[in-house]
Design a protein around this ligand. Structure first.
Ligand code: NAD
Ligand code: TYD
Length: 356
């Protein structure tokens, strides 16, 4: 690969992926990051990378739904791979306002597929990798795991929009022969995650002595994967995956939400003991746990069978939850400036200065 288009590279997983590409994968080419910079996109995530990889890293502020822009970028940069992260990604937001999810996740994916189809007619030496989620498979009972062959059963506007995109990607393979791969991954956590998702929200609230909201009975189960392991899996699929294939990615780490929240509290007790944190005012972190009204249509359990990726491409997670959560909590403790900017929207001013 000489020229890669990454979409949504200013978000959580995309920025970790770009870091992985430049620092760990041995990639020597050029990488273009196309991102609209919604509330979730933050170019500050990659400011050091932009400096270190000047000339090889290009940032383009733009919307993946813009057909003409996508076409122009394919022409100008002659991409031989696309890694498509850009999406509206938060289930709760999709419940309150599904429109942006349909636009970006479905129409945006369609626009990129069209640009790729037109630029790559007849080519086999290229790849369109679509980053998707395990949520397309629906919700599990107490037993079993999602396999690549599990029928789709999305149940939130978010998962329905991602499922639609997955179907479009497969249709472009089947109908036009576009060399695509898809990965369906479980819940990620790690540095640079926007504090609306469970783990960073709980870390920040706990640091500040605020309530830690746990939906319903706290017994919903998710399968957690450290973000760097997800990035390594995507890179492996890009390099070695077979066109037309789907690969499940997971952490082999099923946990009830309440246990995840307790693990965050334990990590904080280790790194910033509650008696030393004035925001706690004599309480400990676990005292902040507050059960709140459940999410409508809350999926009960996700669990991923990633044996295909392990068997065929030799990938497995390298970071266990105990280690990953310590690294994650430490990162948020070490980066108060990032937290302040993300929360106050100050990075938008920085953005204006640098990108307008
Ligand atoms: P994120 O919300 O942190 O980042 C999304 C990025 O996409 C942001 O930088 C945003 O500015 C950009 N974006 C949004 N709309 C855009 C548009 N119309 N045009 C261009 N850019 C746009 O999301 P994330 O958590 O990093 O997730 C990335 C991808 O991985 C998504 O496709 C998501 O469905 C998938 N995924 C996420 C998880 C998870 O646990 N976070 C798990 C599995 C799969
Ligand atoms: P989230 O991080 O939003 O990811 P997803 O909905 O894609 O799995 O939520 C993870 C789990 O945590 C999910 O079961 C909902 C629950 N949750 C809470 O209990 N409290 C919260 O404040 C949030 C944001 C999520």
């Amino acid at each position: 690969m000489n020229s890669i288009l990454v979409t949504g590279g200013a978000g959580f997983i995309g920025s970790n992926f770009i870091r992985h590409a430049f620092e760990k994968s041995g990639f020597k080419g050029r990488l273009v990051n196309l991102d609209k910079l919604t509330y979730a996109g933050n170019p500050e995530n990659l400011a050091d990378m932009a400096r270190a990889c000047k000339g090889r890293y290009v940032f383009v502020k733009g919307d993946i739904c813009d057909f003409k822009l996508a076409g122009r970028l394919f022409k100008k940069y002659k991409f031989d791979a696309v890694v498509h992260f850009a999406a509206e990604s938060h289930v709760d937001r999709s419940i309150f306002g599904p429109k942006d999810f349909v636009e970006t996740n479905i129409h945006g994916t369609f626009a990129l597929l069209e640009a790729a189809r037109s630029a790559w007619t007849g080519r086999k030496d290229v790849r369109f990798h679509h980053v998707s989620t395990d949520e397309v498979y629906g919700s599990l009972g107490p037993k079993g795991k999602f396999k690549e062959t599990t029928p789709y059963d999305p149940r939130s506007p978010y998962s329905a929009s991602k499922a639609s995109a997955d179907h479009l990607v497969r249709a472009y393979r089947h109908t036009y022969g576009l060399p695509v791969t898809i990965s369906n991954c479980s819940n990620n956590y790690g540095p640079y995650q926007f504090p609306e998702k469970l783990i960073p929200l709980v870390i920040l609230n706990a640091m500040e002595g605020k309530p830690l909201p746990v939906y319903g009975d706290g017994k919903n189960v998710r399968d957690w994967l450290y973000v760097e392991d997800h990035c390594a899996a995507i890179w492996r699929i890009l390099a070695k995956g077979r066109p037309g294939e789907t690969y499940n990615v997971g952490g082999d780490c099923e946990m009830k939400n309440i246990d995840v929240v307790r693990s965050v509290c334990a990590a904080l007790e280790e790194l910033l003991p509650s008696p030393e944190n004035p925001a706690l005012r004599g309480r400990n972190y676990e005292n902040l746990i507050t059960f709140v009204k459940d999410r409508p249509g809350h999926d009960r359990r996700y669990a991923i069978d990633f044996s295909k990726l392990r068997r065929r491409l030799g990938w497995r997670p390298s970071v266990d939850f105990a280690g990953g959560i310590l690294r994650t909590v430490r990162w948020y403790l070490d980066n108060p400036g990032w937290i302040k900017n993300v929360r106050t929207g100050a990075y938008r001013k920085w953005l204006k200065r640098n990108y307008s």
